[in-house]
Design a protein around this ligand. Structure first.
Ligand SMILES: [Zn+2]
Length: 142
């Protein structure tokens, strides 16, 4: 995997373009949004946004496309956006049992406009990752 911090992602021109379609354009995307806003005990791993509104989902993804770090895996680019390491925006659970608070949005399938979706990670999941361009941390410490 190759990582780019937000600044190097801009300078290297590898930032994916945000969709011009709605983030909830397809049934597939609406089901993913539901999975990540409505708690259920049936998922082995489920991350849940505190804010359930589609507007919030869209806004955080647009911010991610603009300001996030990029993880490149073969031909796929995931966008990692941590608005602030000081404030979580949701949580992760396993079969309904709370695991941890989460502060980072991960946008997956970022170049497939009808499948792009996001869920939550913890910035601490990436604390060992360094930008392959400048060797700095992925997220500016805020
Ligand atoms: Zn960098």
């Amino acid at each position: 995997m190759t990582y780019y911090c937000a600044r190097c992602a801009n300078q290297c021109g590898i930032r994916p373009a945000p969709p011009s379609t709605d983030f909830l354009a397809t049934q597939y995307q609406r089901e993913k949004h539901q999975k990540h806003t409505i708690p259920a005990s049936s998922h082995r791993i489920q991350s849940i946004f505190d804010n359930q509104s589609p507007d919030y989902y869209r806004d955080t993804m647009l911010e991610a496309y603009k300001r996030g770090a990029i993880e490149v895996t073969s031909r796929v680019k995931d966008v990692l956006f941590c608005p602030s390491t000081q404030s979580s925006i949701g949580y992760k659970q396993s079969y309904g049992l709370h695991i941890d608070r989460q502060d980072t949005v991960r946008v997956v399938k970022s170049d497939d406009w009808l499948r792009v979706q996001s869920f939550l990670n913890a910035s601490s999941d990436h604390s060992r990752h360094r930008c392959d361009c400048c060797s700095g941390p992925l997220f500016a410490s805020t």
